[in-house]
Design a binder for this molecule. Structure first.
Ligand code: KG4
Ligand code: ZN
Length: 351
């Protein structure tokens, strides 16, 4: 068994994990241990992520978390065969912490290192679940920074079918929640409140729903929510759950309809939903029901692996190494890619 350490530090979670794989085998790699420190409490006071604080906190957390996962996995540092880290996209300073620590660890242990694309990590995270998908599939990648529909033919073979032209779905949740006075991060808070509201209470726009392509736009929805909050004035407090439910319904409807169109156009019989917004219960229910009717299998990551974590980074690295689709490096020089389109990381990750 080869053991890969994965370090995720692209935004406001420090995630570390160990994944093992058998070289030459087709059996998917397995998760040995993972640990996560979320910075939510720290950033909450500011209503959003403060990049400098994020970087400093990653520095504090990454080595204790590494020690923790090694202990949990019953491994020593010398048992590791590769150290993987998120190379991008994400906050530059935050990424540099993970990259720097991974390369230092690799150099000290004389083990190779591998930079991983964060979105590929999300995309492959359902392979960590007890019901892993099989290629090919259509993927709906919905996170705080990205909203993309992808045709996934195989490992490293990704075709972007559609994406957001402005805000991401997670951003739509977060910004709408902020307008309603909900705490950061808004997505989970808004969706919790939406459970008690009426999704038909407010008529909100479904941007690009009938555009005929697979692109998304969520900026107009945020403006409509702002208009509603202003109109409601002092009534906002008593109508907040209805507004939350109506906002969620608008986001879910657009995501669901475009995903179904992508499946139809692509002819795929499997759907993978990944990224933080993939934890949303209303979205999961809507997609599961719609796909059941169409005999399409839907795969989600385990709920706790929807948002950022180290397991998906170790998994993406292990899958690439096992398939000999990436060469780990031993020069230990590193850079990060705060903006890194996924299609630039196709095939073997450029090193
Ligand atoms: O994938 P992720 O952890 O980070 C990025 O790579 O961006 O996604 C974070 C996003 C945030 O916008 C957060 O509000 C949203 O995912 N999110 C949710 C839920 N849980 C997390 N949005 C809606 N409903 C949820 N349950
Ligand atoms: Zn993410």
């Amino acid at each position: 068994m080869k053991w890969v350490l994965g370090i995720e530090s692209s935004c406001d979670e420090t995630g570390v994990a160990v994944v093992g794989y058998e070289p030459g085998s087709t059996a998917p790699p397995v998760l040995a241990a993972h640990a996560l420190h979320s910075q939510i409490d720290m950033h909450q006071a500011y209503g959003g992520v403060v990049p400098e604080l994020a970087s400093r906190d990653h520095i504090r957390r990454v080595l204790p978390l590494t020690q923790q996962v090694l202990t949990e996995a019953g491994l020593r540092k010398s048992d590791l065969s590769c150290v993987a880290y998120t190379r991008g996209p994400g906050l530059a300073g935050a990424l540099l912490v993970g990259a720097g620590v991974a390369c230092a660890l690799g150099a000290a242990l004389q083990r190779p290192v591998l930079g991983v694309h964060h979105l590929e990590g999300h995309l492959l995270s359902p392979f960590l679940s007890s019901d892993p998908p099989a290629f090919p599939f259509v993927a709906l990648l919905v996170s705080g920074g990205h909203t993309q529909l992808m045709g996934v033919e195989g490992l490293g073979r990704y075709q972007i079918l559609g994406e957001t032209i402005d805000d991401a779905a997670g951003e739509a949740f977060d910004k709408s929640a902020k307008l309603m006075g909900l705490p950061y991060p808004g997505g989970p808070a808004l969706s919790r409140l939406a459970e008690q509201g009426n999704p038909l209470a407010f008529k909100l726009p479904r941007p690009l729903l009938h555009s005929g392509d697979l692109d998304f736009s969520f900026a107009g929805l945020k403006t409509a929510v702002l208009t509603q909050t202003r109109k409601l004035g002092t009534e906002l407090e008593s109508r907040k759950a209805d507004l939350a439910a109506s906002t969620q319904a608008a986001i879910v409807e657009v995501l669901m309809k475009k995903t179904l169109s992508a499946l139809e156009q692509n002819g795929a019989t499997r759907l993978v939903v990944a990224g933080g917004v993939g934890a949303n219960r209303a979205l999961r229910e809507a997609l599961t029901q719609a796909c059941q009717r169409r005999h399409i299998r839907v795969h989600y990551p385990e709920l706790h692996l929807c948002t950022d974590n180290g397991a998906m980074i170790a998994m993406a690295a292990a899958m690439r190494l096992q398939a000999q689709l990436a060469a780990a490096r031993t020069d230990y020089g590193f850079d990060v890619r705060p903006r890194w389109p996924l299609d630039e990381a196709l095939g073997a990750i450029p090193i």
